[in-house]
Design a protein around this ligand. Sequence first.
Ligand SMILES: [Zn+2]
Length: 440
Amino acid sequence: MSGTRAVTRSIRLRPRYRQGPWRVAGPDEDAFTRTVGAVERLLETRSTPREVAVRKLHLVGAPEEFAEDALPSALGMESLAVRRYAASPDGASAAIESAGHPTEGEGVDVIVGLDAPSSEERRSGSATVGLLVEAREGLRLEGHLRVPGRHGSAPAAALVLARSASMIDELPRRPASIWLEFPGEVPAEWTDLWVARAAPGGWRSFAPAGDLGKDAATGLLSLVHQARQEWPNGTEGIVGVVEPTGATLLKLRESASDRSGAPPPEDVPGALIELPTGDVRWPVRLDAVSEGAYVPRASYLESLPARWRLLGATCGVCRAVTFPPRSRCRNCGRTDQLQPTELPRRGCTVAAVTTIAPGAQPTEFDPQVALLGAYSVVIVEVVPGVRVTAQVTDAIAGTIALGDRVDLELRRLYAMEGAWRYGLKAVPTDAVTRSAPARG
Ligand SMILES: [Zn+2]
């Protein structure tokens, strides 16, 4: 089996916010926080999270200003290598090809697809897709077809469709499953034609996957995710994205029977949080300096492991956990037996909660309150004797109660000294929306 690398885990994270009819990323999320969240969730689906080395992180569709340098600190992987790919089906397929390419060395590759950061042109739901690739059985890339087309018009799209149908026709073995996404405005009669052309070939299923999100890069990765979730062992099939300017098709084979550890592909029901239309980012100047909780940049950077990953210190003598970590055990005072420990951040119990009404917030949260109004703050007990305070996000203010469970996730806090400051916020555990796309 050496040399065989395949997708063995996959997730699709959907944001909790809505703007008009579309799911959009929350105002305290950006490409950095969404990437960190996706990698963490993906590694948690393994039986031995964190003990595995990530060889390379393949980023599809990350914007120019992406805070790549901060990824190793946020993920606790000091030697992490990052590769970037264009926000297009070609970029997505290049990432899958590169991650699946057999090379020497242990470890996993992670692919993260982010949809386009600008919301102006987007007319579909937002999603982050994560794929884990390793030297095991799973969903394997067997081939890559690129169907060129001309720019712009519906006839060009029809040409692409016709050409993609004949390319599939030329395959030595007929695929058992074909899922294509049509992100552009492709007239129904042309897709009908495609189906008519495909049907005589005896393929078992054809799915114009309309609900996948029309951002083409995450669209293709979403199809791979969905195939990993749903294709029975042994399935050979095609997933692809057809655009007026060409089609990208992947030939895949599912060869694993064991899917234990994969998260259930479900969308948690419940109301989405409505955002005002227009730009949803905090309306702040990055050079603004808060009069409130001013933390000098040097001490902020120094304390990142504690702030971002809840890195504390466990005493080897009395087992007490000291957080934030200090050079001395808070319980027995020993200084020579402290071991760095990442404290749990999932399903923490709310021990205290308060809601901050507009006007009562520290000044660094003014822009946030102007956009979203009141917010809640909780104290959670992460391990016995260690309590952490966090702002609640992805929830309507006042809806969190004592005893509820929250996850601590990295989000934007506020701008200070010309840059965003990030930290952990509390997300209701039930609001985590891991989902496979809904099927029509
Ligand atoms: Zn101790």
